[in-house]
Design a protein around this ligand. Structure first.
Ligand code: KIV
Ligand code: NA
Length: 270
């Protein structure tokens, strides 16, 4: 397993790879592909739970999905995303919620959507043994503040604010930083300034690593942000398989003789 320390060592040598996963089969595939970090994102709300935003996602939801991922993962570092309002409101609750991800579900670290309110919390978590991945730039839990998902750090003042917060979280002990939807030159400058690895999404090529939502990367979502890339078309594969299933059942072609067990001794069944 790449530990948080090894991740730091990899940065600058070779780009870090991170993908989300929410279930066991996907985690197994991602892990076997040698992806360094699996993020059980609160994006599970969008990808798998049918919500329009990540806001309704609960600690129970993420904890359940972290469990599914951790049972299927041998090598990757597993990061649990802390859902909206599960951290930063009350310190004891924040620590309990983060602790659950590690103690009950098998995550190795948590990710926090950051602001000035998470600097001290990061320090406390790290002191207690909960590694923290910080997340700055576009933080989707603030969708109602933004009124959408606009690019962040696009003027001098906003860019400086993000840089300041990045430094503050590094000083507080965060082991890495996700930078979402910020100008590439800002991401490059932050990457240059920090010692800890930066992992970008919609943040250009100059971060120490990249992250994508796995459903977007494999082409399952049917939709993805402009900064994402579909490396496959799993949705088309599934559509085709399911259409074939329906046609085969309706035509009587499935199940065929080889899928049936007519020789069963019924006496043994009851
Ligand atoms: O929830 C998520 O998938 C994320 C990544 C996009 C960084 O936070
Ligand atoms: Na997230």
């Amino acid at each position: 397993m790449p530990t948080v320390r090894e991740l730091r060592a990899k940065a600058g040598e070779k780009p870090i790879t991170m993908l989300t996963a929410y279930d066991s089969p996907t985690a197994e595939i991602v892990d076997e592909a040698d992806v360094d970090v699996i993020l059980v994102g609160d994006s599970v709300g969008n990808t798998s739970l049918g919500y329009e935003t990540t806001l309704p996602v609960t600690v129970d939801d993420v904890a359940r999905h972290v469990g599914a991922v951790s049972r299927a993962t041998e090598e990757a570092l597993i990061v649990a995303d802390m859902p909206f309002l599960s951290f930063g409101v009350d310190e004891a609750d924040s620590l309990e919620n983060a602790g659950r991800m590690i103690k009950e579900s098998g995550a190795h670290a948590v990710k926090l959507e950051c602001g000035s309110h998470t600097v001290e919390l990061t320090e406390t978590m790290v002191q207690l043994g909960i590694p923290v991945m910080a997340h700055l730039g576009l933080t989707p839990q603030h969708v109602n503040r933004y009124g959408g998902y606009p690019r962040q750090g696009t003027d001098q003042e906003a860019a400086e604010r993000i840089l300041e917060l990045a430094v503050a979280h590094e000083e507080a002990g965060a082991f890495s930083l996700v930078l979402e939807h910020v100008p590439a030159n800002l991401a490059a400058e932050i990457t240059e300034t920090l010692d800890i690895p930066t992992i970008g999404i919609g943040a250009g090529p100059n971060c120490d690593g990249q992250v994508l939502v796995v459903d977007d990367a494999v082409g399952l979502s049917g939709w993805s942000p402009s900064f994402s890339k579909q490396f496959g078309n799993v949705r088309e594969e599934m559509e085709s398989a399911i259409e074939q299933y329906v046609a085969a059942v309706e035509s009587g072609e499935f199940p065929a003789a080889e899928h049936s067990h007519e020789e069963s001794d019924l006496d043994e069944l009851y």
